[in-house]
Each structure stands twice: as C-alpha cells, then as structure tokens.
Design a protein around this ligand. Structure first.
Ligand SMILES: Nc1ncnc2c1ncn2[C@@H]1O[C@H](COP(=O)(O)OP(=O)(O)O)[C@@H](O)[C@H]1O
Ligand SMILES: [Mg+2]
Length: 396
C-alpha cells in the first residue's frame, strides 16, 4: 500500500506559537492510529522549518534548544513529475540519509500570523498540495479586523460602529481622531488590526485611557481599530465546517471570562489542563440562550463563512447585547484553537472524525481546483522569441 504522508504543520513566528504546538499534539495523537503516516513540520519561533520524530512528543518542547538540535531542517521540493515532497536537508544518526516524504496533504495547525494569515496557505498553493482549512483569501481577510468588518458590512452582516487609523494618521490628526471617537461614544474598545488572543485589546471609558490604550496598541500594530463597546455584553461563538458550497454549523458556545473583556489568560490559562489548548477555557456548551437567538447566530455563522469563502472548519465569534439580543460579527478564526472540536463533539463527531473530515474536504477542494483549466497550451514565448517585442532590443 502507498503511504499517505500527512504533514502536520505547526508552531510559527506567532504570539500563539505555544497554543499551536498544543493543537498539533492533539492532531498527531488523534491520527496516530489512522491510515495516515504523520510527518511533523515544526516552524520554530525564529522561522526554521524542522521535521523529525522528536517533534511528536510534547514533553520535548520543554527544552526548545535541545529539541531544535535533535530535529532536521526540511523544505518542500518538487520532482520532475511535479510531485511535492517534504525533504529533509540533513539526517541525524550514523549512516542515516536525508529522507523525502511525498506529500498527501497538509494539516495546518498554526494559530496567528504567517500560519493563519494566508502566507503558509500561499506556499501550499504554490506547491499545489492539499491543505486543511481556508485558502489564501479567507485566511488573509480574516486576519485583518478592519477588512473583515468592511467585507461583512458589504454583505449585510452586522458589525459594531468603529473607526480605524494608522500610526501616521495619529501623529498628525490626533485631535480629529479623538473627536470622532467621542462621537462614537464611550465605552470604546481599542484593538490592533491584525493580532489575536486579545493582545493589545483594551476597553476604555474616557479620553485619557483611550490615548493610553492607543499608544500601547501601536506597539503591536501600525493600524488600529476603535469600536463602540457592546454593553451589557454576551459573547457567543459558533463553528462552521465544509466549503462555501456545502457547509453546516455546530452548536453555539458561550465563553466565560473573569473580566468583561476576555483576556489571553482567560482563553488559555484559566481552566487548567493546558494540553487541551483552547478547550480548557471555561465555556457553556451549548450556549444557554434562547432557541431563536441560537438559530439567528447559527445561520449568521453559515452566511459569514460563505461570505469569506472559508473552508475546512472556522469559528465565528459574535458579540451580543444581552439586553436587546442584537448580534454583531466580531471575528472569524480560520484555524480555531483545537479546531473547535469541543463544539462538534456535541454532534457526535470525535476529534479524530473531525480531522478525517477536514482532510477529506482538503482533498476534494484540491481535486476541484486541479480539475479546472489552469494554463493554456499555446506558448506565447516561442512566438515572441522568434519575432521579438518592442522595448527589448539589444537585451540578451
Ligand atoms: N466591541 C466590543 N465590545 C465589548 N467587548 C469587546 C468588543 N470587541 C471585543 N471585545 C472583547 O475583547 C475580546 C477580544 O477582542 P477580539 O476582537 O476577539 O480580539 P482577538 O482577535 O484578540 O481575540 C473579545 O473576546 C471581547 O471579550
Ligand atoms: Mg477573539
């Protein structure tokens, strides 16, 4: 039987590096006894691509230097037939030779930055290999809070009133920006445009703390979003799985926090059991809300998933005014923590089943893409090379 090598890609240059390692460990352990052969692809905090058995054991991540020394550099390469391999650049151990693994599919288990913002997805596209989750477009728009809101607004998905500006605007038009913020009305929430995990997010009640929050957020991002705070706030998340043409919503969850704004600690460190990643955070599943509100959010989640042209599994986060039950899109997570398996368990889908379905979707989307005409047979260059084109005279 041909080995189906499943590349589990994780880590990356991202503030959510550790969370990604946890998600990847869950994936590798769930698929350990499947028909796939797991090949880890770990991107270090400095951006090195590594592979090797040692990357499959969480306990080795306690000592990153030792781990890096035990693993092997690797990269994608194509052979003459156009097939893509994950190729070791060196080998560890006496007599060992660098190995090459033909790629069946890639599980993208990154969180944040280049692993989730479309960059890594673009690399997979270039190598023409199937990969789980959203493509380049949804991944990159989803990572940009301002562009995501604009896309929603254009598609009848409600968003909170807000303003956005760059550091260069702030330097010159501070007074006008503060006036505009005042018009929106306090309390306000300041957010870096393209980070996650609540980093740099701050709720403020008056101008002085607004200025302070803005200056802090500029340490993380040159583009900021200031939005009207929803109060009283209830957060409801819903996961959607499939493709734009065929997708379904999970049950809803209501995440709980110690403070009104969910912090990084609330999300990852409060519920103990760090091995469960996002699943360790405190939450109510299914969300304790009315059937009507549940239906509204589930159908809005599906509509949003399609609007972004997302794929695989995504988690849609909504802000709800708990008094009026008005619902606002907050963000799309194109690679949700732990692939939001805990929302699918309620639909009797185990973590393993979820991963198998994601791989299946990836393969189908890849086949659909490759079934289309992607290049033309005529070679324009052979003609131009014979006749020449204007402006190239004398260039050899
Ligand atoms: N408009 C808002 N009103 C009230 N609270 C908000 C608002 N926007 C965000 N928050 C709070 O801040 C948290 C983090 O904001 P979010 O936009 O989800 O950023 P991140 O991408 O860092 O998760 C949310 O989970 C919520 O608790
Ligand atoms: Mg969030």
């Amino acid at each position: 039987m041909i080995e189906k090598n499943l590349i589990v890609a994780f880590g990356g240059v991202s503030p959510e590096h550790e969370v990604s390692v946890l998600t990847a460990m869950q994936v590798m352990s769930a698929l350990g006894n499947s028909t796939y052969t797991i090949v880890p692809l770990y991107i270090t905090k400095s951006g090195r691509w590594l592979t090797g058995e040692s990357l499959m054991d969480l306990s080795n991540f306690k000592e990153l230097d030792t781990l890096e020394a035990s693993a092997m550099s690797c990269s994608f390469v194509k052979d003459e037939a156009g097939r893509t391999f994950l190729k070791q650049q060196d080998a560890k151990g006496l007599f060992a030779k660098p190995r090459s693994f033909p790629v069946y599919a890639v599980v993208t288990a990154f969180h944040g930055s280049e692993g989730e913002n479309g960059s890594f997805q673009g690399v997979c596209e270039m190598y023409n290999i199937p990969f789980t989750g959203s493509g380049v477009l949804a991944s990159s728009v989803g990572m940009d809070k301002v562009k995501a809101k604009q896309l929603c607004e254009a598609n009848n998905i409600p968003v909170t009133p807000s303003l956005d500006f760059y550091e260069s605007d702030w330097d010159v038009h501070q007074k006008a920006i503060l006036q505009e913020a005042d018009l929106l009305g306090y309390p306000l929430v300041v957010k870096p445009c393209s980070l996650g995990s609540s980093i740099g997010v701050k709720k403020v009640d008056e101008e002085e703390s607004l200025i302070e929050a803005i200056e802090t957020a500029f340490r993380y991002d040159a583009h900021l979003l200031v939005e009207k705070a929803i109060h009283p706030l209830m957060e409801i998340n819903c996961s959607v799985m499939g493709s734009t043409e065929n997708c379904r919503a999970s049950v809803c969850e209501r995440p709980l926090g110690n403070t009104e704004t969910l912090s990084f600690e609330d999300k990852y460190q409060s519920g103990g059991g760090a091995d469960k990643g996002m699943a360790s955070a405190d939450r109510v599943i299914p969300a304790d809300i009315s059937d009507e509100l549940t239906d509204t959010i589930r159908s809005l989640a599906v509509h949003t998933f399609k609007t972004f042209n997302a794929g695989g599994v995504a988690r849609l986060d909504f802000l709800v005014n708990s008094e009026t039950e008005e619902v606002y899109f907050n963000e799309i997570n194109t690679i949700p923590g732990s692939f939001s398996f805990y929302l699918w368990e309620k639909n009797d889908l185990t973590f393993k089943d979820l991963m198998l379905e994601l791989i299946d979707i990836a393969i189908k989307q890849h086949q659909a893409k490759n079934g289309r005409i992607r290049s033309y047979e005529t070679n324009l260059l052979s003609e131009k090379a014979a006749t020449g084109i204007k402006g190239l005279k004398g260039i050899k």
